[in-house]
Design a protein around this ligand. Structure first.
Ligand code: G3P
Length: 215
């Protein structure tokens, strides 16, 4: 399973990359807005820190506009993936960008049919938002199971990038289903590693060691 950080914060990306386990970064307009920096400059900085796929979202809602923005974003760095909303115009834009060899991440996916259409349009990644489905009392993870089954049935190469992850159990469940990528906030990345029994166990080992060998 590949791990992406769902952030536009360069310091967070730098810290996660230092662990050596960061496969990519996903951003969205809300995450970019928090950083209060020029979008293209910020993207270039992120792409310097992380050489894996970096998703950058278009903000136009017409096919022509999305294609134009997508082409422009793709020029920032080789590892840019153009993020496109799952609307009719977005599906058309996805096909065009795909034909030009530009990678796409089709975002704001909330149903298996939307995911099927994105795969047929040649999306490199599909981003189902599981946390936001949970928020409206719908089991987000069921969507991941459904998409996995559908993509496997037809051998679609589109990678399932589980988004809107809110806690470490979302990562565990997505991994059990066989999702290709999990994108998560920095906090969840940290939480995956932490276990109180590890800390307690390590303290005991080191205390016992110091009590004898350390003398
Ligand atoms: O980047 C898209 C997605 O991961 C957003 O998550 O927590 O705002 O629903 P969230």
């Amino acid at each position: 399973m590949k791990f992406c950080l769902d952030t536009a914060s360069v310091s967070e990306i730098r810290e996660a990359a230092a662990l050596g386990l960061l496969d990519g970064v996903t951003t969205n307009p809300s995450l970019v807005a928090k950083e209060k920096k020029d979008f293209r400059k910020l993207l270039a900085e992120i792409c310097e820190v992380c050489d894996g796929p970096v998703s950058a979202e278009v903000v136009d809602t017409t096919c022509d506009g999305m294609v134009k923005e997508g082409r422009d974003l793709a020029k920032v760095a080789e590892n840019i993936v153009v993020k496109i909303p799952l609307i009719k115009e977005g599906i058309k834009a996805c096909k065009i960008l795909r034909s030009e060899g530009i990678k796409t991440n089709v975002t704001l996916c909330f149903s298996p049919n939307q995911a099927l259409l994105a795969a047929k349009a040649g999306a490199s990644y599909i981003s189902p938002f599981i946390g936001r489905l949970d928020d409206v009392s719908t089991e987000g993870m069921q969507l991941i199971r459904d998409i996995r089954t559908i993509y496997d049935n037809y051998s679609f190469p589109t990678e399932i990038l589980v988004a809107s992850i809110r806690h470490p159990m979302h990562v565990v469940e997505a991994a059990k289903i066989g999702a290709d990528v999990a994108t998560m906030p920095f906090k969840v990345f940290d939480q995956m590693l932490a276990h109180p029994l590890t800390d307690i166990g390590l303290k005991k080992f080191l205390d016992d060691w110091k009590a004898t060998q350390g003398k």
